[in-house]
Design a binder for this molecule. Sequence first.
Ligand code: N01
Length: 859
Amino acid sequence: MNKPAGAPDWFDAVVVGAGFSGLYMLYRLRRLGLSVKVFDSAGDVGGTWYWNRYPGARCDIPTTDYAYSFDPELEKEWTWSEKYATQPEILDYLRFVADRYGLRADIELSTSVTSAHWDEQERRWSIVTDRGTRLRCRYYIMASGCLSMPKSLDIKGTDRFAGNVYFTSRWPHEGVDFTGQRVAVIGTGSSGIQAIPLIARQASQLTVFQRTPNFSVPAHNGPAPADRLTRLAQDREEYRDAARWSPGGVPVEPTGILGVTASETVARERFEDAWRAGQLFSILGVFADQGVNPASNKIVADMIREKIRSIVHDPWTADALCPKDHYFGTKRPCLDTGYFETYNLPHVRLVDLHRQPITSITEDGIDTADESFGFDAIVYATGFDAMTGAVEAVDVTGRDGLSLTEKWAAGPSTYLGLMTAGFPNFFMITGPGSPSVLSNMAVSIEQHVDWVADCLKDMSAEGFETIEPTPLAESGWDQHVRDCGAITLHPTANSWYMGANVPGKPRVFLPYIGGVAVYRQVCDDVVAQDYLGFRRTGPGGERCRDGVIRRMQPDVSLVLQVMAEMGLPPMETLSAGEARAMMALAAETRPPSPEVGEVTDGLMPGPAGDLPYRLYRPPSAGPHPVVVYFHGGGWVLGDLDSDDPLGRDLCVRSDAVIVSVNYRHAPEARFPAAAEDAFAALRWTAAHAAELGGIPGQIAVAGWSAGGNIAAVACQLARDADGPRVSGQLLICPVTDSDMTRPSYAENGDGYVLTTPLMHWFWNYYADQPDRGDPRAAPLRGNLDGLPPACVVTADFDPLRDEGLAYADALEASGAQVRRVRARGHTHTSVTMVGVVISGAPVRAEIAEALRNFFPSAP
Ligand code: N01
């Protein structure tokens, strides 16, 4: 069909960016038979490798891995010269790729897309460029890179300097000769750290202005590593596949060794190996827990600081170069060649901006609070508006005039980092909410491009014209991205990952840290579930299977995965004795529990003999309110040790004395033994509160699972017996009924540790069928009038969830004050896994607050 005169050009797809992602996107779209136009503001292809030409610029992922893998022939035709190739070599590679596949014909260089507006009527994007070109397309794809928009200068007086000014991210093509010059470098991120040693070779004087010292590891560059080349030669596809299904996009075997439990010898060996390897994923993987556990992280950080001090001769400079304000890995670590050694040169000086902040750039140089420096040249290595900068640089307007910048005012919101609701047919390659910058970009780019191309192919096959995520799917993914970030140390750092380097940018953890393999699986699952969370429309109507792809907390999933790999027999196939032995064995591998002020074991009288108890006293001066706690385990399992971490955690968080009671268990003592013991324990503790260091009259009960059951029963018995007065009841995932027909049993009865068969096993041991309706077994069936305030905790993936909620509803209906705590993304057991499941900590903090509120007069 001929285009009417003056009408905009039409393409199936417009792609912004001709770097790694844009080139491959073009290649894939062409193979689908689509018409494509690629725009890039650069004078040639290459993206980041076109612009970042500063001396020393190299990749920091071994080049064997930082390359396309989609075509074996391409791999045969290109050989990398070094472990970490230089910028010119990588740029040559990308030019070679563009030429080899004849891609240039569809690429318009030196042209920026300035606006992209969705036309709902026509179901097309209208695109405008800075050269005034107007065109229309069905699919608009941003392949504009995560670190391509330089951060605006935020230092006073930058326009005053009369000497030469350079930006690492926009380096002159002809290069720069600093011979004989007095040079300043501002910024010590990856760019500064790579450039500084080379600038120092030429400059007569080099002054480095450092705001935040950075962790850096020697790259030990050299020829491409023989072991990788051999593996690739032996089975290229196997190697590439291992990368695709690895945590970071490079085939590295993750360790299971924890920093907190490793011996000093093991820790030292692992660190030195990683230091020698000169690879980011090695040093980031010394311990499995260094990204989440401050103590473990400190071991690695201390060893790096030790290295810095051993390299840099001047102790003041060495100290100033040691990072102290962030955990290792929470700001992107660097790979260097002779960076720290450079400070031993007599003409190189470090200025620590924390002690001596820049007041202004002047005509002649730089003024700090106490000194004026004269320079011939200033190099800014001050970084990027990462991940969102390039996407938001275009005026993108979606349905109903919604602007992307407005939508993202509080931080980006995406589904899978690929699309965003309200912007049909708009794709981002390695957008925020995808592994992107935390991974080998080459692998993540290929995965995204393949996903988008396959999606368009599927749409065409099924007669759809538009695709867009649903708000539910998107907010679910945003939540999952936040949940993954929240269990790590990342949110504590002022990093560009957090948007903290750009003044005014919302503080949000931008990438997805769940790992490349997990993420790939998620994307595949979405497709397998008929594009779950996407709405697709076409002339034949629309199709949408709405939903959230990942609702479980990431560390809970990990625990379930580890348990599945252990291949333990289902508990309900064991005898009570065998099940208890298995529980005891599992308890031996727990990490250390929280410290409390004091722990004492004792005995209290029960209806059929003494009951052991363990008392946890907070570190603060008493007396304290007292909480009588009953452990979980289906009335059959559990003891003082099984719930020891939770007892300690509750104690320190709530500042209350916790008296954990070991009641009689089934099948040796069946119903109502446990309930009777619980009430006896409550009475005895209330009567002896002062002796126990408690405040008389300030007594609450608490329990988890079956312990929650007998805690609830104890409150009912205390009410009926006219005492003791109970200030509150904390019921964590309690058994409140013997009816297993509620929906949460159907939803969660299999696969989340506490299963329907296991609940049957527990009930069968505990109570005869006729007794199961007795309110002392099923407190939901009792009279709920006049009961103390409650905090009821329910977990999303718990078969008991709905009976917990039913109890909260019924209590409220009877006039009790109820605080509901939802353990979002948790199972029946995970909230209690102190020190293992980090995402349980905020839930336990909320529980502790509820406990404290039971005792309003407590200090
Ligand atoms: O940028 P950065 P980069 N006054 O943001 C400082 C990738 N990359 O271009 O930390 C004074 O890391 C700023 O200080 P602070 C890689 O992912 C890869 O170096 O904000 N100083 C910091 O020291 C990397 O992480 C390679 O306190 C100011 C520096 O400037 C990412 O790109 C090579 C300042 C900026 O560091 C970005 O690296 C290069 C101010 N007003 C880059 N503003 C490879 O090896 C900022 N700074 C592949």
